[in-house]
Design a protein around this ligand. Structure first.
Ligand SMILES: Cc1cc2nc3c(=O)[nH]c(=O)nc-3n(C[C@H](O)[C@H](O)[C@H](O)COP(=O)(O)O)c2cc1C
Length: 224
């Protein structure tokens, strides 16, 4: 499997360590692995270039294209972020904004339907579950059919202060998700909701309600 991990934070805290527990269970010698930190990506300037013209002309393309290329090649996409004020980190959201052109409503990549996603978050008290859901929503709209969520309340500001029993619980959940990924790899397909959305978006393109760039793409793919 090709595995890519995007970190929504640069430091190696509870969230990063939770990702490591998953990787320990998931990666074998046969797998390839790449990881990226999204901290240095500038915020989207709202120029609409990716949506209306071409993603290659995005003013930040040079900084993000390697990450996007790796995502497009991967079988498993893992994304992590700590809970900051009941949301993902701002820097991760900034990365997601640069992927707007890949939503179903624009130019979804066909092979996303073969990929598995994992979203990971930790929090001191509450909110890690909703952060994993926010990240899951992004992956869903890119077209990933199967997304697992791994969240934990760690009651700590750093990994060293997390109780051993909490770490054990996280390790157990990680193992269960890694096993599911290994079983499902190569066997995932779009569920009912994504099939309906895909159909609706195709009808929207046919009705001329999208952009000319998106319409040409849907035709090129042979989807409409
Ligand atoms: C800016 C900031 C905002 C935070 N917001 C919340 C919050 O809303 N609720 C909460 O329970 N913990 C909150 N926390 C605590 C972290 O979510 C928690 O310590 C998490 O495990 C940190 O992960 P990390 O070690 O990977 O950075 C916040 C921490 C920071 C730095």
């Amino acid at each position: 499997m090709k595995i890519v991990l995007l970190h929504g934070q640069k430091h190696h805290g509870s969230t990063w360590n939770t990702s490591q527990l998953l990787l320990k269970e998931l990666i074998t010698n046969q797998d390839t692995f790449r990881e990226f930190y999204v901290n240095d990506i500038p915020y989207c300037v709202g120029c609409f270039t990716c949506i209306l013209k071409d993603e290659e002309n995005c003013p930040h393309r040079e900084l993000i294209k390697e990450i996007i290329y790796s995502i497009e090649q991967a079988d498993v996409i893992i994304i992590d972020s700590p809970n900051y004020c009941m949301g993902m980190t701002g820097q991760l959201k900034t990365f997601f904004d640069h992927m707007a052109y890949r939503w179903f409503s624009h130019r979804p990549l066909g092979n996303m339907q073969n990929k598995i996603g994992v979203t990971i978050s930790t929090t001191a008290g509450m909110g890690a579950g909703s952060v994993t859901k926010q990240m899951e929503k992004q992956l869903f709209w890119w077209g990933l059919p199967r997304i697992y969520r791994l969240s934990a309340a760690v009651a700590a500001a750093n990994w060293n202060d997390v109780k051993p029993e909490t770490k054990q619980k996280i390790a157990k959940k990680s193992k269960s998700i890694a096993n599911k990924i290994k079983r499902k790899h190569g066997h995932v397909k779009r569920g009912f909701r994504q099939r309906v959305i895909f159909k609706l978006m195709g009808n929207m393109q046919k009705a001329g309600l999208g952009t000319p760039k998106d319409l040409a793409y849907w035709k090129e793919q042979g989807w409409i």
